[in-house]
Write a protein that binds this ligand. Structure first.
Ligand code: ATP
Length: 338
């Protein structure tokens, strides 16, 4: 299924092992995001010169652009231990207290999907980030007391696909926020050229260029597609050339622009069922049978960036480019809305 190719199950062990093998471990190896890299470099060097933990870092951006990789690099570059958890795993303040109180001095704590953490834990985190301290509530009702607990200094690296959902007090406590952008095809070409070398996969330059132009500006997808092309060449016994890429990507429903089945389902729904829009996010989500959060955080950013979708105060609208991409003629009323 196409979704399994471009949006793989993050829990799948084979996928995690594959990703792990290709992850760059230093800022130097990390491709693209030049500004963010330079900013992080400065932040890490300043901390190391002052012999202290780096400031807390928030990494924001769509999935697969390298947030987890950067968190690992922050730990690796400073030779610091890394603890990884995620917002959904912290459902109570106690879950967070358990993690925080067991951190060793200088440890990097990575919280993926930090916007999904419980509110009570978020409040505990404010104090922890600022003063390296938490107040543990003991008992209930009138007899409840709070016991302060000192924490080892640590660096929080939070990752989010929805930075708009983070409360301001939390956002303000990060010393640095990096907004990761989609990658240019030339950058993705460097990502998969490196990946192909690591995998010892012989593949033509044309084929690599074709994959990098059809990877939704996302390294994770570029690496996935490379793997599918490798499967294709292995099974069919032919060379891994441009034809093999085209055949493999057609099989997995990835089109010329790199749109996958869900991207096209969203555009098709807006065009066919809502006359090009505007249509509200929740109506759109129901119409394609997906979570509104997935549409907003995963599908839309790339469609907006490629000029296929625009977000207006009245809802989502398919642009004339989207009509053209789907091979339809825009209705005049749809154009009026832009
Ligand atoms: N700049 C980069 N250079 C080389 N490889 C990269 C880069 N960014 C990401 N990758 C590769 O893409 C894959 C996905 O990256 P990563 O897991 O860091 O994304 P993410 O933003 O944390 O995604 P999610 O939000 O879904 O957790 C990794 O295998 C990593 O090797």
């Amino acid at each position: 299924m196409s979704d399994a190719v471009v949006r793989p199950d993050p829990e799948s062990e084979a996928e995690l092992a594959f990703e792990g093998a290709l992850r760059p471990s230093s800022l130097e190896e990390f491709v693209g995001q030049q500004k963010v890299r330079r900013q992080l470099q400065l932040l890490l060097e300043a901390a190391s010169l002052q012999n202290r933990s780096p400031d807390h870092i928030l990494l924001a951006g769509p999935p697969g652009l390298g947030k987890t990789t950067l968190a690992m690099i922050v730990a690796h570059e400073g030779a610091r231990p890394l603890r990884m958890t995620s917002g959904p795993a912290i459902q109570h303040a106690g879950d967070l207290a358990a993690v925080l109180s067991s951190l060793v001095p200088g440890e990097v704590l990575f919280v993926d999907e930090i916007h999904r953490m419980a509110r009570s834990a978020e409040e505990m985190l404010y104090l922890a980030m600022e003063d390296f301290r938490v107040d543990i509530m003991v008992g209930k009702g009138a007899g409840a007391t709070s016991i302060p607990l000192e924490l080892a200094p640590f660096t929080l690296v939070g990752a989010t696909t929805r930075s708009g959902l983070l409360p301001n007090p939390l956002r303000d406590r990060f010393g640095f926020t990096a907004h990761l952008e989609f990658y240019e095809p030339e950058e993705l070409l460097r990502v998969i050229t490196r990946a192909a070398a690591l995998l010892r996969f012989e593949i033509g330059q044309d084929a690599l260029t074709e994959i990098s132009g059809r990877s939704r500006g996302t390294p994770r997808i570029a690496n996935r597609l490379l793997r599918r092309v490798r499967d294709f060449a292995l099974v069919n016994g032919g060379p891994a050339d441009r034809d093999a890429v085209q055949a493999a990507l057609e099989l997995y429903d990835v089109d010329d622009w790199g749109l996958d089945r869900l991207d096209r389902a969203v555009l098709t729904a807006i065009v066919d069922r809502f006359a090009g829009g505007p249509v509200g996010l929740s109506t759109l989500a129901v119409s394609v049978g997906e979570e509104a959060e997935t549409i907003e955080a995963v599908v839309e950013p790339f469609l907006v960036r490629t000029g296929l979708l625009s977000r207006t105060p009245r809802g989502r609208v398919a642009t004339p480019r989207a009509w053209q991409h789907l091979g339809r003629r825009p209705e005049p009323t749809a154009l009026d809305d832009l």
